[in-house]
Design a protein around this ligand. Sequence first.
Ligand code: HEM
Length: 508
Amino acid sequence: MSLLLLLFPFSLIILLYTFYHRLRFNLPPGPRPKPIVGNLYDVKPVRFRCYAEWAQQYGPIISVWFGSILNVVVSNSELAKEVLKEKDQQLADRHRSRSAAKFSRDGQDLIWADYGPHYVKVRKVCTLELFTPKRLEALRPIREDEVSAMVESIYNDSAHPDKVGKSLVMRGYLGAVAFNNITRLAFGKRFMNNEGVIDEQGKEFKAIVANGLKLGASLAMAEHIPWLRWFFPLEEEAFAKHGERRDRLTRAIMDEHTAARLKSGGAKQHFVDALLTLQKQYDLSDDTVIGLLWDMITAGMDTTAISVEWAMAELIKNPRVQQKAQEELDRVIGSERVLTELDFSNLPYLQCVAKEALRLHPPTPLMLPHKANANVKVGGYDIPKGSNVHVNVWAVARDPATWKDPLEFRPERFLEEDVDMKGHDYRLLPFGAGRRVCPGAQLGINLVTSMLGHLLHHFSWSPANGLRPEEIDMSENPGLVTYMKTPVQAIPTPRLPPMLYKRVAVDM
Ligand code: HEM
């Protein structure tokens, strides 16, 4: 009873506030919000599917209330263009949950920074220094090393007497490539030895990532209902400890690099070296350098592994496409050498396979939420300052108004019409578009294409024992990034001479 009495004034304020919003603004339509919680309990766990269903009912721009916070979701290419191009500047802030605010020290990094002078500076560092074609090319040997390590371990495991002819769970192999690639690129370290065993620093690294996820998830409800936060004060201590632990590990790695640079007299290409040598020139705080390094891990690790897992599921479901990609690889590469990224331009079908997978299964189907820094109109409706805006790029890329047979996995569609996927064509936006477009898009595409190319050139893939291709579970796991609900399992059959299955290790 006493709690109810306590809650009453809060509820009244929220109700009045929501009413005021609705009367003052011409908001997009959507499911009727309930008092206090809004639509929080109506949203199904796989959010982008739920929003797409609501878009069928209410139209391509909808309002969804998380407590008292308005989320606007757009689901077609015209509105995506309005959000990411015409109104880009007013919609380029970020909504920081309390955990994101803590992790990023209130947006001192790139991902969680609002659009402003700090963001512009850090983004410039990314564009002019970190993700240049020259640096990506210089880091190519790392990518090729890791992809060849993946091939070797799949080959060894598939030849193991206990496993011959049995299916492998692909996620572990893909995750290892993504983990090693991003940690080597960002931190200049391979935490895993040749046997796949992770060293002490690597274990600490993984523990920090896991702890960050746990802390981030623990606040979900209070996140959306500001006054409820009083009853759920942040686990300040847990956050502080997490931050200290992350800083300690990162600083130790930074110190190792500084010492190596002083000894050798030259900087390496890894992001940590680049950032340390540019720190003064760009006036970057230590928090920003650490934040940027961890942004790369957060944004670049799962996304690439997820994309390849979905692509492999589609290729196993569609043997015709798998065979056609292999014919192209055999014609262009042959069976006396392995693929390198330099072959991509001669492998148009392989590139289309990667693109078609990213069309049907973008790993971040709602991108990252943008936030309005001013009152703005989209699709004729008002978006009040402070609202979050999401582009449902999953729904946009399956819209029957723009795509023929949208649900069919048919890479040929991109041979018939070349559609850009790096933010210039609003029908296909796996990397977003506009000023917050993914800075790692080209790196992501190279990695996904290279992993797929190697998997297809070296092996034929069939479904796990007893499963028919059409029975592969293609449903999604809920979350900001979209893993397959059931990890894909498949049987690899080697198709090249044994000497081509050796890892080509590079020390850099
Ligand atoms: C297939 C792989 C990838 C996909 C599909 C992807 C997709 C995306 C998307 C949709 C966004 C949000 C854009 C927006 O808010 O409008 C994003 C942001 C970002 N991505 Fe990626 N990404 C991938 C790989 C990578 C890689 C490999 C890196 C770096 C190593 C990376 C670094 C970032 C960063 C730092 C941001 C934040 C940009 C900002 O807020 O300004 N991504 N990515």
